[in-house]
Design a protein around this ligand. Structure first.
Ligand code: SF4
Ligand code: ZN
Length: 313
């Protein structure tokens, strides 16, 4: 089989959803072009933006950094990275090490923050407390809190995350199955919300398998290990079902994504926009009620002390 684009015999990937066979060079080019095209199409980035990549050292965020570094090299954006240490022993250390190496190699400034310094507690400690808790719920909410707070302080216009096509479709299906219809209106290429730094997902239309192929083709050093808490998560279960379905229905991820886009606006109208956000009375971050989600969760685990949250907004 030869490359659909250049005729080379060294094919490294077969895209079942489009029928294309691609060699390494053409594959790398198609991924970069697609991501840069989507950034333009969905107006994710403006010239002069300061973009902060939420960099874990894994394949997805490293790919985002690698592709956005093309725009930084062309002086279209200012690019920096932010890495969060959630405190997951024997897992997160390696990711941080690889993330730092990548930043050094690309000459991109990196900022590292931890749950321990912000909340005086790690995910491992939360999981060791009683009753048993869902790691990803705490991890996601607390991480977003640090990201928003520090991105504001750093003067960032956008936070770029590594969500790929599989992640996005998993989120759509999970929220649908759990009846979180309001959340469905917030899933999209960018999340604009009052008082939050805008989050963008440049890899949203790239299948996970192709992100893995991209890091291998480019020889990027990434942390491929899976988080120990992911194994038992609902997301993992949904991901396994969707991967199984994709084998016989190669276009199913894209059709689910497109279907969601069609109903998103109708849902927004039905739900009459998002609720007005105010400031959390404990930490000053955006909140739908008196306490933001982070302070609510910290209160739940009995660790909400005045010294935990400084009020420097
Ligand atoms: Fe955090 Fe869950 Fe991701 Fe692990 S899998 S890093 S616990 S959100
Ligand atoms: Zn708060």
């Amino acid at each position: 089989m030869s490359c659909t684009k250049c005729g080379s015999e060294n094919v490294i990937i077969h895209r079942r959803y489009s029928g294309q066979h691609l060699c390494k060079k053409c594959f790398i080019e198609t991924i970069q072009k697609k991501v840069l095209k989507d950034i333009k199409k969905y107006e994710l980035i403006k010239k002069g933006d300061k973009v902060l990549v939420a960099l874990s050292g894994g394949k997805d965020s490293t790919t985002v950094l690698d592709i956005l570094s093309i725009l930084a090299e062309r002086n279209i954006i200012e690019l920096e990275a932010i890495t969060i240490d959630e405190g997951i022993k024997d897992y997160r250390e390696k990711g941080i090490e690889y993330a730092s190496e990548t930043c050094k190699k690309l000459g991109i400034p990196q900022h590292i923050f931890s749950f321990k310094e912000h909340f005086k507690i790690t995910i491992d400690e939360i999981m060791a407390s009683k009753p048993p808790r869902k790691a990803c719920t705490y991890c996601g909410v607390l991480r977003r809190w640090i990201l928003n707070k520090e991105a504001k302080k750093l003067g960032a216009d956008k936070i770029a995350t590594g969500h790929n096509l599989d992640d996005e479709v998993q989120a759509i299906v999970m929220n649908y199955l759990e009846g979180n219809i309001e959340n469905l209106t917030r899933i999209g290429p960018a999340t604009y919300s009052q008082k939050f730094v805008t989050k963008i997902k440049p890899l949203r239309e790239i299948p996970e398998k192709e992100v893995t192929a991209y890091v291998m083709a480019k020889g990027l050093k990434v942390h491929l290990e899976e988080c120990p808490y992911r194994k038992t998560s609902f997301r993992k279960k949904i991901g396994t079902i969707l991967t199984g379905l994709s084998k016989d229905h190669p276009t199913i991820l894209y059709s689910t994504l497109r279907g969601h886009e069609k109903i998103r606006n109708a849902l927004k109208k039905e739900l009459k926009g998002e609720s007005i956000l105010r400031e959390c009375i404990r930490c000053g971050q955006p909140a739908a009620r008196d306490l933001c989600k982070t302070c609510t969760l910290l209160k739940e685990i009995g660790r909400l002390k005045d010294e935990i949250h400084s009020h420097n907004r």
